[in-house]
Design a protein around this ligand. Structure first.
Ligand SMILES: CC(C)(COP(=O)(O)OP(=O)(O)OC[C@H]1O[C@@H](n2cnc3c(N)ncnc32)[C@H](O)[C@@H]1OP(=O)(O)O)[C@@H](O)C(=O)NCCC(=O)NCCS
Length: 409
C-alpha cells in the first residue's frame, strides 16, 4: 500500500462503519496515513455486504474505503480485544462511529486507550452530543439533517424535504478528519494526545449557519422554505429552470446576486437577447426584490430562452457573460465526462476491484501542489491480517492460524 503524502508515517486504527466514520478515515488514507480497518471476521463492517448480494462488497463500501488495509478481529472475544490493545499501542489515532456506549462496552474507552498509549488521538463520531440529553440515541444521516436545521429549511413551503445525499454523514466525517489533523499538529507542538468528539447534529447546526440571517431578519419566525428560490430573502431571478430537451435532469439553476450594484441581471438580459428588461430600462426589474415580486416577467423571459438551449449550453453562455448558472448534473453526467479524470484534477478515478472489476468513483477534492494522491481500491476482508498481525504485532504463522481457526480474526 502506497504510504506517501503529508500524513505518511501516521497510523490509524479504524473502527468505523457505513459512511460517516469511513469517509473520515478514507480522507486520512488519501493523505497518506496507514489506515487499519478493523472488521468482524466473516461479516465485515456493517456496510460491507448487502442482503441483496451477500459476500460481494457493496459499491457503497468501495466508495468509502479506498486506500485502507483491512484486518479482521472479533473485538468481543478476549483474544481479539488483546490484539486491538496491541494495535492501540502502535497507532497514532483511533476513529470510531459505533452506537453510543459500544466502544466502552468493548473495554476500549478513551481512558483505557490512553493508559496504553498516552499520546493517542481518540476520535469518536456520534449522532448527538455526548454532553446533551440525546447522547444515547442512535442516528443515521436523515436523523441528523432533521435535527440539525437543514430539513426545516429545505423543500416546499408546505412540506419539508430531505436532501438526496448524505450531507451529515460525509460532512461530519470530513470535519472529524480536519479535527484529527489539528490534534496531531497540537501533539507535535505540545506532546499531548486528546479525545476528539463530534456529533452529526452539531455539525449540521454549524453547516446550517446561513439560516440565522433570515431567522433574525424575519422576526424569528420558523425557517423559510422556498423550494429552489433564494433562502435568505426574496430576490429574483433565483430558480431551477427547465431547458431543452426537457428530460428528467434537464434543468439549469440561475441566480443573480442580491448585492447592491450587481450587474449580473443586466448581463443576463444581454445574454438572452432581452435588453428591454435591464434594471435601468424596465422599472419592474429595477431591483432584486422587484424582480422577485414580478418574477412572472423575468422567469418567462428566461424560460423562453431555455427552449432553445440545453443545460450545458445555457451554463456556458451565461457563465461566460458573468451570470452564475449551474447545469443540473447527475452521477451519470459526471461519470461519463472526461474532464473529471484529467491527471491534474482526478475528481473521478478508476480503480480495479477484485469482485467488481474496473470502477469509476469520486476522488479527493482538494489539490495540493506537493501532494499526489495514489488511489487504490478498497481492501478485501482481512486482506492485511498477515502483514499487520504478523509484521506489526509479531505473531507467528502458527498463532495466526490458531486465531483464524477460533474465528478471533
Ligand atoms: C449507525 C448506527 C445507528 C448503527 O447502529 P447498529 O446497527 O445498532 O450498530 P452499532 O454501532 O450500535 O453496534 C455495533 C455492534 O457491533 C459491535 N462490533 C463492532 N465492531 C466489532 C468487531 N470488530 N467485533 C465484534 N463486535 C463488533 C459493537 O461492539 C456493537 O455491539 P453492541 O451493540 O453490543 O455494543 C450506530 O452505530 C450509531 O448511532 N453510530 C453513530 C452515528 C453514526 O455514525 N451514524 C451514521 C452512520 S453512516
Amino acid at each position: 500500500m502506497a504510504c506517501k503524502g503529508p500524513l505518511s508515517g501516521y497510523r490509524v486504527l479504524d473502527m468505523t462503519q457505513f459512511e460517516s466514520g469511513t469517509s473520515c478515515t478514507e480522507t486520512l488514507a488519501w493523505l497518506g496515513a496507514e489506515v487499519l480497518k478493523v472488521e468482524r471476521p466473516g461479516r465485515g463492517e456493517l456496510g460491507r455486504y448487502s442482503q441483496a448480494e451477500p459476500g460481494v462488497d457493496t459499491y457503497g463500501f468501495l466508495v468509502m474505503n479506498m486506500n485502507k488495509k483491512s484486518i479482521t478481529c472479533n473485538a468481543k472475544s478476549p483474544e481479539g480485544l488483546e490484539l486491538l490493545k496491541g494495535l492501540v499501542a502502535k497507532c497514532d489515532v483511533i476513529v470510531e462511529n459505533m452506537g453510543p456506549g459500544s466502544m466502552d462496552n468493548l473495554g476500549l474507552t478513551y481512558e483505557a486507550c490512553k493508559e496504553i498509549n498516552p499520546k493517542i488521538i481518540y476520535a469518536g463520531l456520534k449522532g448527538f452530543s455526548q454532553s446533551g440529553p440525546y447522547k444515547d440515541y442512535p442516528a443515521f444521516d436523515p436523523i441528523a439533517t432533521h435535527t440539525g436545521v437543514m430539513v426545516s429549511a429545505t423543500g416546499l413551503p408546505e412540506r419539508p424535504i430531505k436532501c438526496g445525499i448524505s450531507v451529515a454523514d460525509s460532512g461530519t466525517g470530513q470535519m472529524l478528519a480536519l479535527s484529527i489533523i489539528a490534534a496531531l499538529l497540537q501533539r507535535e507542538r505540545e506532546g499531548i494526545g486528546q479525545r476528539v468528539d463530534i456529533a452529526m447534529q452539531d455539525f449540521m447546526i454549524g453547516l446550517s449557519r446561513s439560516q440565522w440571517e433570515p431567522y433574525y431578519n424575519n422576526g424569528k419566525v420558523p425557517n423559510r422554505r422556498v423550494a429552489n428560490g433564494m433562502p435568505l430573502e426574496d430576490v429574483g431571478p433565483s430558480d431551477t429552470y427547465p431547458c431543452k430537451p426537457f428530460g428528467l435532469n434537464d434543468y439549469v439553476h440561475i441566480y443573480c446576486s442580491r448585492a447592491p450594484g450587481s450587474k449580473q441581471w443586466d448581463n443576463l438580459c444581454e445574454a438572452i437577447g432581452r435588453p428591454d428588461l435591464k434594471q435601468d430600462v424596465c422599472p419592474e426589474m429595477a431591483t432584486p426584490r422587484l424582480r422577485f415580486q414580478n418574477r412572472e416577467i423575468c422567469d418567462t423571459a428566461i424560460k423562453d430562452w431555455l427552449k432553445d438551449h440545453d443545460k450545458f449550453e445555457a451554463m456556458e453562455i451565461l457563465c461566460k457573460a458573468d451570470v452564475p448558472a449551474g447545469a443540473l448534473l447527475s452521477v451519470d453526467d459526471i461519470t461519463n465526462d472526461p474532464q473529471y479524470y484529467a491527471p491534474d484534477r482526478q475528481m473521478m478515478v478508476e480503480v480495479e476491484h477484485p469482485q467488481r472489476g474496473k470502477v469509476k468513483l469520486p476522488g479527493f477534492a482538494p489539490k495540493m501542489s506537493a501532494v499526489t494522491v495514489e488511489y487504490e481500491s478498497s481492501p478485501a476482508l482481512g486482506g492485511s491480517n498477515g502483514e499487520v498481525y504478523g509484521g506489526l504485532l509479531g505473531l507467528s504463522d502458527e498463532k495466526l492460524a490458531e486465531l483464524k481457526e477460533k474465528r478471533v480474526i
